[in-house]
Every structure is written in C-alpha cells, then in structure tokens.
Design a protein around this ligand. Structure first.
Ligand code: PMP
Length: 366
C-alpha cells in the first residue's frame, strides 16, 4: 500500500478528523461488517441505521454527561439554521431574547432573531474588536427573558468563555459549534446547546442540538404555525427520523464519539487541548515578533489567532507554512492575520511542528 501523506490541517472547519475514525470509515465503506451494504446505501428506516443512530446518541450522552431530561437531536442546515430555529421555537411575541454579542457568529445569530422578535443585546465587545469575552458585570439581562444566547467559542476572533455567564433562571442557549466537547460541559446549566458537527464532532452535514424537555414542550405548542422541519418537537418526537437524516454524518459522529471515549473522554481531551494551546500561546508570547489578537483571559484553546508586524510578513508566513505542510493557517477573511485551529483531533505533533516553524520563520525574518 502506498504511504498516505497527511499534512497538518489547521482549518477552522470542516477540520481534521481522528485518523482511526477515517481508517474505520475507509475499511467499512464498501460494506458495513455483517451488512453487506455501505453506510451510504442503507435505508434510514433499516434496523441497522436505527441501531447506529441510537448508539451515536448513547455515546454522545456518555461523552457529554447529558442528563435524561434533555433530548439529543440530529438536525440539518448547519449551526446557521439554528440561528433561526432558536428564536422561531423559543421567542414568543411579547417577550425578549437576550443576546451576548461576542463576534461575527453572534452577530449573525442576532440578525436572524430580529426577524422573529425582540432582541436585547445584553453585552457587546464590538468596541474592543471582539478581542475579549465580556465580564459578568457588563451583562444587562432582561428580567423574564425568553432565553439568553451566547457563543461559547468565537471561531473567527479566537476568544472563548472560561466560565458560563450567570443568567439566573433564564434559559441559556449556547452556540458551541467550535468548542463542543473540547472540555467537560455543564449541560444542566444550559437549556439548549447547538453545534455544527464539522469541527469537533465529525464531518459536515449534521448539527447536534441538545435541548431540555421544557423547551421541546414550548416548541410543541407551536406546531400549528411553525414549519414542521423548523420545529424542535418534530425531531424530538421522531428521534430525528421524521425525514431522511444525514445518514453518513450521523454514523461518522458516532465513530468520533467512540474515539473520544477511547481517548479518555472529556477530561483527557481537556488536558490535551490545554497542553496544545499553551504551547502555541507560549511561542506567540515569546518575543513580540508574533502578537496574539485575543486578550489573555479570553484566549480560545480551539482557534488561536495571531498577527505579524506587516501584511507582507503575514502573506509570507502563510505561503511558507503551507509549503512546509502546515495547512490552513490563514485567518478568516473578515479579520485577516493567522488562525491555528486546534480541535480535539488535531495532533500535538502538529503544534510542535508549527512552533518549530514559527521559531525558524522569526530567525529568518525577525
Ligand atoms: N457558529 C459558529 C461559532 C461557527 O464557528 C460557525 C461555522 N464556522 C457557525 C456558527 C456556522 O455554522 P454552519 O456553517 O454549520 O452553519
């Protein structure tokens, strides 16, 4: 067999997958063991797929410590569709939803919510170019808010909440697309968590929604008016089998959960993620040649953003790093600079390689 060459993939999503998962998919792609058909070919109504879906859910529950009064839903449309589904299901006329504005994705979420109802911006760090997470005392929460929406990790700006905001009895809704299951998660402090799969959970094509039962009930009360496929109750009542789900993506997410469990679960992955990010931030901070864009207390462990002194140096950095097998380091086009995404499946060896490259690049250009 020819040796497979894999670069270090720092992309923000779709992103690197665990190699054992890719190998397993490759091995099983022509025929699932004992089934004689590919995962790409089986009916979503087959007992085989029902078992795959049930096992993926069970493993997600194990990994996330998801309590029994939460449903696990597999939805399509990406996290972007959740920007609409959350208010359509949960923001009733006459009530207000609080949004914490921490960056580009939060802005998009608010943009959709405003089409549905009243939005109050409970805090924003826009004036600081979203380089930090707001302090707790900056939050102005609406008494009796329909919910409070946060973005746990800001993929573009490279910031991440260290601790959940205190929102009292208000249902907390979190867009956890870019840091879900990167550390232990306090599910019970949330009412709803959503995440596109394509960073920490698996391939693109499925969106995970973890939703508390009382919110499903709120959604169920809107069946007469909400489009069926936009209603959380549809997914909860059918166990995500109202229509054809993204069969392959659900299967792959299940494999990633098995991998996470084998790696030691969220505590182990938390420690690994802390180590990887600390190594890279230490290199960024070493001399001042590189400049981290996020405030130190708000730095993301998933998306490490940094700049160099000039646009020309940054262009060179991207070109030379790519040539050196360090792929995808260019920052999001909205903010420029560099971004190294270090999701769960990203190997520590890749961080070591980047740190070595950065030191060498500085010697040549510093
Ligand atoms: N929220 C966050 C925090 C994201 O990082 C992204 C995608 N990068 C989205 C939402 C949008 O996700 P999708 O492309 O799945 O709609």
């Amino acid at each position: 067999m020819p040796t497979v060459h894999r670069v270090f993939n720092f992309a923000a999503g779709p992103a690197v997958m665990p190699v054992p998962v890719l190998e397993r998919i490759q091995r099983d792609l022509l025929a699932l063991p004992g089934v004689g058909m590919s995962i790409l070919e089986i009916s979503h109504r087959s007992t085989i797929f029902e078992a795959i879906l049930a096992e993926a859910e069970a493993d997600l529950r194990t990994v996330g410590g998801i309590p029994d009064n939460y449903r696990v839903l597999f939805v399509q449309g990406g996290a972007s569709q959740q920007f609409s589904m959350v208010p359509m299901n949960l923001l009733a006329a006459g009530s207000t939803a609080d949004y914490i504005d921490t960056g580009s994705w939060a802005v998009k979420a608010m943009h959709e919510a405003r089409k549905v109802g009243v939005v109050h911006v409970a805090a924003t760090t826009e004036r600081d170019r979203y380089a930090r997470i707001p302090r707790h005392e900056e939050l102005t929460l609406t008494p009796g808010a329909a919910y409070v929406h946060m973005t746990s990790n800001n993929t573009i700006e490279g910031t991440e909440w260290r601790a959940l905001p205190a929102v009292g009895d208000a249902p907390l809704v979190s867009d956890a697309s870019s840091d879900i299951f990167s550390r232990p998660v306090e599910v019970a402090r949330h009412a709803l968590i959503y995440a596109g799969a394509q960073k920490n959970l698996g391939p693109a094509g499925v969106t995970l929604v973890i939703i508390r039962d009382d919110l499903v009930a709120r959604a169920a009360a809107r069946k007469a008016t909400l489009p069926t496929m936009m209603n959380y109750a549809t997914f909860a009542e059918s166990r995500s089998l109202y229509n054809t789900p993204p069969v392959f993506a659900v299967y792959a997410v299940g494999l990633v959960m098995k991998w996470l469990i084998a790696e030691g679960g969220l505590r182990a992955i938390d420690a690994a993620n802390a180590r990887k990010a600390a190594k890279l931030y230490a290199e960024i901070d070493r001399t001042g040649f590189y400049r981290g864009t996020a405030h130190a207390d708000s730095r993301s462990r998933m998306n490490v953003t940094f700049r160099l002194a000039t646009a020309e140096l940054e262009e060179r950095f991207v070109a030379e790093s790519t040539a050196a097998g360090l792929d995808g380091l260019q920052g999001h086009r909205a903010v420029g600079g560099m971004r190294a995404s270090l999701y769960n499946a990203f190997p520590e060896a890749g961080v070591d390689a980047l740190v070595a490259f950065m030191g060498e690049f500085e010697r040549r250009h510093g």
